[in-house]
Design a binder for this molecule. Structure first.
Ligand SMILES: Cc1ncc(COP(=O)(O)O)c(C=O)c1O
Length: 395
């Protein structure tokens, strides 16, 4: 009898492999200068300090630190986060914080506890690729609301909410991935006001908020909207490989999240939670952040300078005040996918914008990462990219 051995769940055919992960493979060639990935600079990793904290922890409390632990996470680490929020004027109780495997797990857990098949979710246009993947895994229908220079298009958001029922609105208000756009204070307040009396849950992803190198710090939208959910992560400020993040949620939601997380992995890596806490106790996070901000500001400024010097007129770009990405819009009618092939021949890579749209992609857009390349590579890579664009436009 002939039969199919592996009969996968229907949902697997709805979620393609990530284009970014696939392009990362191509760009492993060391000759290619890649602005494609979303990696922090390796120079930002506190290697020596983590080595010291790990060794101290193992000697002091090794047996305890290697044991199973609670689903919610290591209490002193949750208290540290609660204190850090409170220093920034945001009131978050430690028992509203769940420690997770990076903020990517927050996306998965939110999907798991809220989404039924065909539920509707609002996202930004464009949005974080792996959020599209995570929500599609739960067979949700995604609808995107355009981003403007100062954040979400408020009118389009209000219209969508008045036309249909949405379970969630997923947003990245600070130094968004992929565009680098940040919501103004006014828009933060307006979003909170609009969602206040809606059944839609606001889900705020904030991996880049601490990496502001220009302008004034802005509060998370959660500070105006208590019933919302907020994600955080150590990935961009300590290390992404340690896979450590957190989610802030109302207690009623926490109860469900804890059950969902137990079913997934019992709890996040307890040893890593302890190492991170030890590290945070031994070292001043703000000094470390200043170093990262200074480095990324230089890299971002240079990338913009190179766009001005080497890209043809008619190319538009965002000017992020923090984070790791900027967003380029080529003149109307040009295709960033076509540019990708030409650029690879010039030995430079980026992510074509198409990957970040849920519908009707704007094909002339692309994302550039400035955190993972030093100044020398930014200078050379941007010259190559300028050449590729000129070749495509026959200049
Ligand atoms: C907007 C956004 N959310 C979530 C993540 C996932 O980060 P992590 O799971 O490493 O915290 C990223 C990573 O690039 C991101 O850009």
């Amino acid at each position: 009898m002939i039969f199919m051995k592996f009969q996968f769940a229907d949902r697997m055919s709805k979620v393609p492999r990530s284009f970014v992960r696939e392009t990362l493979k191509i760009t492993e060639d060391p000759e290619i200068i890649s602005f494609a990935g979303g990696l922090p600079s390796p120079l930002s990793f506190p290697v020596e300090e983590i080595a010291e904290s790990t060794s101290y922890l193992l000697k002091k409390e090794g047996e305890e630190a290697l044991q199973y632990s609670t689903t919610e996470g290591y209490t002193p680490l949750r208290e540290y986060l609660s204190n850090r929020y409170s220093k920034k004027g945001v009131k978050v109780d430690a028992d509203h914080i769940l420690i997770t495997n990076g903020s990517q797990q927050c996306l998965d857990l939110v999907g798991k506890v809220f989404l039924n098949q065909e539920d509707k979710v609002l996202v930004e246009r464009p949005t974080y690729l792996a959020a599209i993947q995570a929500f599609r895994m739960y067979e949700a229908q995604l609808r995107s609301i355009p981003l403007q220079e100062d954040g979400i298009d408020i009118q389009a958001l209000s219209d969508a909410l008045s036309q249909d029922k949405f379970k969630l609105f997923y947003s990245i208000p600070s130094f968004q991935n992929p565009t680098g756009i940040t919501y103004s204070l006014e828009k933060r307040k307006m979003v909170a006001e609009i969602l206040e009396d809606q059944p839609t849950v606001f889900v705020e992803d904030n991996p880049y908020g601490e990496i502001r190198f220009r302008g004034e710090d802005l509060p998370p939208i959660k500070s105006y909207l208590a019933d919302s959910i907020l994600f955080g992560t150590f990935s961009k400020i300590i290390s992404p490989g340690m896979r450590m993040g957190w989610m802030v949620a109302p207690l009623e939601v926490m109860d469900k999240l804890v059950v969902a997380k137990q079913a997934s992995d019992l709890h996040s890596n307890y040893f890593t939670q302890r190492v991170i806490y030890q590290h945070l106790t031994d070292h001043n996070m703000d000094h470390h952040l200043q170093k990262i901000r200074k480095m990324y500001k230089k890299q971002r400024d240079l990338m913009i300078q190179m766009i001005e010097d080497h890209f043809p007129p008619g190319v538009r770009y965002t000017q992020p005040e923090g984070g790791m990405f900027l967003w380029v819009t080529l003149p109307e009618g040009l295709s960033a996918l076509e540019l990708f092939d030409i650029a690879l021949k010039e030995k430079v890579a980026f992510v074509p914008g198409e990957a970040f749209y849920t519908e009707n992609p704007e094909k002339n857009t692309l994302r550039l990462n400035f955190s993972n390349s030093n100044e020398e590579r930014i200078e050379e890579g941007m010259k190559r990219l300028g050449n590729a664009i000129n070749k495509m436009m026959d200049i």
